[in-house]
Write a protein that binds this ligand. Structure first.
Ligand SMILES: NC(=O)c1ccc[n+]([C@@H]2O[C@H](COP(=O)([O-])OP(=O)(O)OC[C@H]3O[C@@H](n4cnc5c(N)ncnc54)[C@H](OP(=O)(O)O)[C@@H]3O)[C@@H](O)[C@H]2O)c1
Length: 383
C-alpha cells in the first residue's frame, strides 16, 4: 500500500488515503522524500481529528510527517518501528478506554501483549475483542487489582514466572474517583490504585524489565498521568500514608494521584541510571469509561468539562477521540526520538515538560514521594 501525498498551495502535505507506507515493508523509500513540510505531531493529530484512525495510525501520521525526509530504514529506526514486536504489559485495558485502544493497536504487531484488570469478566471481554480483530495476536490476560498490595504481589509473581521477557510496562490504570474511600491497606483509594500499587508492581517486575535490555533497546516504563495534575497545589505528603477524609476532594485527590505519576517517572528515570527509560504523559481530554463513572462525572461537571447532561463540553476543553489519546501512549512506549528524554512528560505525542506545574517539575518532590512510597510498601526500590 503506497501512501499518496499531494502538496497544497502552502506546501503542506495532505494524505489522500489512510494507510501508511510504514506498514508496508516492501517499500524501499518514502514518497517524495524532502518535499514535504514537517508538521509536529500535535499538528498531525489535529489534522486527523474527525477521521477514523486508530492510535497507531495517529502516531504514525505524526511520526511520518516529522521524519518524511528520511530514507525508509532511517525512518523505521527513528520512529521506533524496529521495537514494535517487543512484549508489552499494559494495565487497565477495559473496552472504551485509552489502555484498551493502546493494547489493541500494539497487539497487531507485538509478540506478546499482557492486558490487565481487576475484573476477570471485563478482562475476558477485552481479550476476546482483540482476538476477534487480530486472531493471531498473542494476548495474555492477567488479573491485577492495583488497589491491594497483596493482589499486586500475587500478580507480579505471576508475571515474573512468565518465560517471556517484558520490555515495556505501561501503567495506565486509574481508579474512578468518587467519595472518600480507603483501600484494603488503608490508603486513599485513588492514590492507592494510581500510584502506590503501580509503584510496588513496577518495583517487583523491574528485574524482569531490566533483563530484557538489549544492545539496541532500553526497557521503558510509561505512566499515564494527566494535565489535571496542575489543577491542584500538588501532593499533600502528610496524607499519602495517613489519609485524612477532612482534606479529601475527588478532583483534588485525582490531581494528586496524577502528580504522583509524573514525579514517579522523573525519579524512576533518575534512579535507573539509564537502565530503564521512564515517561509520563497527558493523553488529552477523552470521553471514556472513567468520564462516565458517577464520581468522576460529577467532578468533571463541577469544573465544566462535562455539561449538565454528562456530555463533553467543547467550550471548556478540546476533546480527543480515544485513538488520538492513545497515540501519545504509543509514542511514549515506542518512539525512539524520545530515547534521550527519559523522565519527560509528553502531550500530543511529544515532550511537553514546559506544561508541567512547578510542583511536578521539582526533583525534591519526586525524591520525597519515592521515599514515602518505599516506606509504605515496606521495602526499598533500588537499582
Ligand atoms: N479520559 C480522560 O480524559 C483522561 C485524561 C487524562 C488522563 N487520563 C488517564 O488515562 C488513563 C486511562 O483512563 P481512561 O480514560 O481510559 O478510563 P478507563 O477506561 O476507566 O481506564 C481506567 C482503567 O483502570 C482500571 N482500574 C480501575 N481500578 C483498578 C484497580 N483497582 N486495579 C486495576 N485496574 C483498575 C479500569 O478497570 P474497570 O474498567 O474494570 O473499572 C480501567 O480499565 C488513566 O490513568 C486516566 O487517569 C484520562
Amino acid at each position: 500500500m503506497e501512501i499518496q501525498s499531494i502538496i497544497d498551495d502552502d506546501g503542506n502535505a495532505e494524505h489522500t488515503q489512510q494507510n501508511f507506507i510504514i506498514f508496508d515493508d516492501s517499500k524501499g523509500s518514502l514518497t517524495e522524500p524532502g518535499k514535504l513540510e514537517v508538521p509536529p505531531l500535535s499538528t498531525a493529530v489535529k489534522r486527523l481529528r474527525g477521521r477514523d484512525e486508530d492510535a497507531m495510525g495517529v502516531w504514525m501520521e505524526g511520526a511520518r510527517a516529522a521524519e518524511c525526509h528520511l530514507e525508509w530504514e532511517a525512518f523505521k529506526a527513528a520512529a521506533g518501528m524496529v521495537n514494535f514486536q517487543l512484549p508489552v504489559l499494559i494495565t487497565g485495558t477495559s473496552i472504551n478506554g485509552i489502555g484498551f485502544e493502546a493494547a489493541r493497536v500494539i497487539a497487531k504487531y507485538a509478540n506478546l501483549v499482557i492486558i490487565t484488570g481487576y475484573s476477570a469478566e471485563r478482562l475476558k471481554l477485552s481479550e476476546e475483542t482483540i482476538k476477534k480483530e487480530f486472531p493471531s495476536a498473542n494476548i495474555r490476560p492477567l488479573v491485577l487489582d492495583l488497589s491491594s498490595l497483596a493482589a499486586v504481589r500475587r500478580a507480579a509473581a505471576e508475571v515474573n514466572a512468565y518465560a517471556e521477557p517484558i520490555h515495556i510496562l505501561i501503567n495506565n490504570a486509574a481508579a474512578s474517583g468518587g467519595p472518600f474511600e480507603l483501600s484494603v491497606d488503608g490508603f486513599e483509594l485513588q492514590m492507592a490504585t494510581d500510584h502506590i500499587g503501580p509503584f510496588l508492581f513496577t518495583k517487583l517486575i523491574a528485574p524482569k524489565l531490566l533483563a530484557s535490555a538489549t544492545a539496541t533497546f532500553t526497557p521503558r516504563v510509561v505512566f499515564v498521568a494527566s494535565m489535571t495534575h496542575a489543577f491542584g497545589p500538588g501532593i499533600d505528603f502528610s496524607t499519602v500514608a495517613h489519609p485524612d477524609p477532612a482534606k479529601y476532594h475527588p478532583m483534588g485527590a485525582y490531581s494528586q494521584a496524577k502528580s504522583a505519576n509524573i514525579l514517579m517517572a522523573i525519579e524512576l528515570s533518575k534512579r535507573a541510571h539509564g537502565k530503564i527509560n521512564a515517561y509520563s504523559l497527558h493523553p488529552g481530554s477523552i470521553f471514556t469509561n472513567i468520564t462516565q463513572k458517577p464520581g468522576r462525572r460529577a467532578a468533571l461537571q463541577e469544573i465544566g468539562f462535562l455539561g449538565a447532561d454528562g456530555q463533553p463540553n467543547s467550550e471548556k476543553t478540546e476533546w480527543k477521540t480515544i485513538p488520538q489519546g492513545a497515540a501519545t501512549t504509543v509514542a511514549a512506549a515506542f518512539d525512539t526520538r524520545i530515547e534521550d528524554k527519559s523522565g519527560a512528560y509528553l502531550d500530543d505525542g511529544t515532550e511537553a515538560n514546559a506544561k508541567l506545574a512547578a510542583h511536578c517539575a521539582d526533583p525534591e518532590n519526586a525524591e520525597k514521594l519515592w521515599t514515602i512510597t518505599e516506606q509504605i510498601i515496606g521495602e526499598p526500590f533500588t537499582f
